[in-house]
Design a protein around this ligand. Structure first.
Ligand code: ADE
Length: 313
């Protein structure tokens, strides 16, 4: 007989998993819809070369207090080996609606839906950014910067509640621990803040959180472009797609965002909507060229709350 205390922990066990359907493929690997005996799950498969991002992502999910409704729920991980190939699997909850980016491609949103998605997304980001102190260090949640915030990394639950996914590049800031790594330009070019595009290197905790907020402004703008506040809505485009297309080079992004200080276009029709008109200043304060002038996630959350209470159309 086997001593149950020697059984592998869930995160190391061989999960009884069956891959069902390829959902997405990218630089990072692929995401599958899969079946556990009692639920659907998402499996992100990393090639062995990306072991570092698989391990970092698990490390972030395993921090204390990471089970929050606006953060994607982690289920387990494993190393799958056969004779030819090793794959690193990361298993999370599955959300049928997929990413906010995919959702906006296929759907428009009402003002109430914009408010709900926007609030739940910024609640997740504020939660990630905030430290939860504890007298026992091992139970404290450090502040975490996402570093690849974008509409593809926001997933939607059935009721359009948002949750944040993909922590492969995330950084935790443990109180009292020094911070002396060098941090190259990481993340998705399109969503890089001007200071990241410029190649600034001396970032501290607050600078990383402000970099996330720049990207958050772009994602709220994406929501606004698909909002049926009043009148017709144009088809979905990524931020800066109109300016640089689908595969911008780093240089093109630098010229646009750093040198020309261009930001996504504000549709004049938004001025006529009581809610959208007030949201304009909020997105502009998120993507300010001056990082220190940007709003925090908590502040954006509060503003969206006020707007959703005060504007019912
Ligand atoms: N795409 C990436 N991760 C996903 C998840 N957890 N559920 C659904 N679609 C996803």
């Amino acid at each position: 007989t086997v001593d149950p205390s020697l059984a592998p922990t869930p995160s190391q066990s061989s999960l009884n998993l069956q891959l069902l359907e390829l959902k997405a493929k990218g630089r990072y690997g692929s995401v599958w819809k899969a079946q556990l005996p009692d639920q659907y799950v998402a499996v992100k498969i990393f090639p062995l070369q990306d072991k570092q991002s698989w391990m970092s992502e698990i490390d972030i999910y395993n921090l204390p207090h990471m089970k929050q409704e606006n953060i994607l729920h982690f289920i387990g991980s494993e190393r799958r080996e056969d004779t030819l190939n090793t794959e690193l699997w990361l298993v999370t909850e599955f959300h049928e609606k997929g990413s906010l980016c995919d959702y906006l491609k296929a759907n428009t949103v009402t003002w109430a839906q914009l408010c709900h998605i926007g609030q739940t997304m910024t609640r997740g980001l504020a939660y990630l950014h905030d430290e939860i102190p504890s007298p026992i260090h091992s139970q404290a949640k450090p502040a975490v910067a996402h570093r690849d915030f974008k509409s593809k990394n926001v997933l939607l639950k059935q009721d359009l509640t948002a949750c944040i996914a993909d922590f492969g590049l995330a950084l935790k800031f443990e109180p009292g621990k020094g911070f002396n790594e060098t941090h190259p330009q990481v993340g998705t070019r399109r969503y890089m803040a001007p200071e990241v595009l410029e190649g600034a290197i001396c970032f501290n905790r607050d600078s990383f959180l402000r970099i996330d907020m720049y990207a958050c402004g772009l994602v709220i703008w994406e929501l606004m472009t698909r909002c049926t506040g009043d009148g017709p809505v144009k088809e979905y485009h990524l931020p800066f797609e109109a300016e640089v297309g689908l595969q911008p080079t780093l240089e093109e992004m630098q010229t646009l965002v750093v040198t020309q200080k261009v930001r996504p276009a504000i549709n004049p029709s938004w001025e006529k909507h009581p809610g959208l008109s007030k949201l304009i200043s909020t997105v502009e304060e998120c993507w300010d060229q001056d990082a220190e002038a940007r709003l925090s996630a908590g502040c954006v959350l509060e503003r969206l709350g006020q707007l959703s209470r005060n504007v019912n159309s």
